[in-house]
Design a protein around this ligand. Structure first.
Ligand code: KQY
Length: 364
């Protein structure tokens, strides 16, 4: 029976592998809440189903759906996708799911972070989040994997690792007073090193402009291989994202990784600025417990928010002007994987994208 360990991954010789290392599968959740997903979540469900179907062509996918939605999810998802009943408050598996760690014997365990809906009562996105808080534990039970309960408020989208001991993150998120105000930067860094078995943390300043997660790095920058990162970019100096990406480039260019290498930085041009339309807002249920969304709000659109599957890249298609170039660049950066695009505006309207709704299980 899976158990909760009182030791740490570092003590037990477990480490978080990079997303580009082999996977045993991928977990997702099924969207349904009407104050996140317009029109009763129908369009979002179609987009999630397409993401699940594309990933299932590369590796096994499991989708957790609520009691009320299990039958609908089963009907909308291909047979190759396993659908299990799991309650959640929304559908962001990257953030509410476990972060899997492996040891030299290729055994798998999971880190269960504390979750507070991206800021709790100080700017969080919805209340309550009690079902989300139990998702990681339930996934680990189903996977038969032991659990580490990490003493940190943290979301899986707030860090990326290179599989060789380097982690990138942002100060905007991890040092935000709405996550772990009682801890210093050094203490947070020490905890990340302990629970993910990292040797070096590279701190960037801010995440993507108007990202409601308080700047998750998974929308801004990711590793494409050890020593090489991909950064969302804009050539428009008048766009608020320009300064954010420029500062990140400065930090990344000055950084060295856990093995002492300087990082090669690839830039991927962001989509043209995207905003929520009035019709999209009107399709949302009224709610006093979720973040209000207004017509004209800028969406945190970025091509960096893709998923790396076994042999594949599943990327967001967002904008006819930049999609092609983004796809070509990803194909060049991942020559051994097939790049597949999914129209993901409906996912973006909920505040995240393909990386945010997926969580890989490394090969155990
Ligand atoms: O960036 C992510 N990993 C998740 C985005 C969550 C948005 C909540 N509305």
């Amino acid at each position: 029976m899976p158990q909760t360990r009182t030791s740490t991954p570092l003590e037990d010789g477990y480490r978080m592998p990079a997303e580009f290392e082999p996977h045993r599968g991928c977990w997702m959740l099924w969207p349904e809440r009407g104050d996140t997903w317009r029109m009763g979540a129908k369009q979002a469900q179609a987009a999630f189903a397409e993401v699940a179907a594309v990933i299932a062509a590369f590796e096994p996918v499991t989708v957790g759906a609520s009691r009320g939605q299990w039958e609908n999810a089963r009907a909308m998802l291909p047979d190759a996708v396993r659908v299990v009943e799991i309650s959640s408050d929304d559908a962001w598996m990257r953030d509410v799911g476990p972060t899997f760690v492996i040891n030299e014997g290729q055994e798998t365990r999971g880190v269960d972070w504390h979750f507070n809906a991206w800021g709790g009562l100080e700017g969080g996105i919805y209340f309550p989040w009690s079902q989300d808080s139990m998702v990681a534990r339930k996934v680990l039970e189903i996977e038969g994997a032991d659990r580490y309960r990490a003493p940190l408020v943290m979301e899986g989208g707030s860090f990326h690792v290179d599989g060789q001991g380097t982690l990138i993150t942002t100060e905007e998120c991890l040092l935000n007073s709405n996550r772990n105000p009682q801890l210093t930067q050094q203490q947070i860094e020490a905890s990340l090193k302990t629970y993910l078995n990292m040797h070096k943390v590279v701190w960037l300043d801010k995440g993507v402009y108007m990202d409601e997660t308080d700047g998750h790095v998974d929308n801004l920058c990711c590793f494409v291989k050890p020593g090489e990162v991909l950064l969302t970019w804009t050539d428009d100096p008048d766009d608020p994202q320009y300064e954010i990406s420029r500062q990140a480039l400065e930090k990344l260019s000055a950084a060295t990784d856990a093995r002492g290498r300087s990082l090669v930085v690839h830039k991927i041009h962001q989509p043209d600025p995207m905003v929520v339309s009035a019709a999209e807002c009107e399709g949302l249920d009224a709610s006093e417990t979720a973040k209000p969304r207004k017509a004209g709000d800028r969406l945190a659109a970025s091509y960096v928010n893709f998923y790396i599957a076994n042999g594949g890249i599943v990327m967001p298609l967002l904008d006819d002007t930049h999609d092609r170039a983004a796809m070509d660049l990803l194909a060049r950066l991942f020559p051994d994987r097939r790049v597949v695009g999914v129209r993901s505006r409906e996912i973006l309207l909920g505040g995240g994208n393909i990386h945010c709704i997926t969580q890989q299980i490394p090969m155990g």
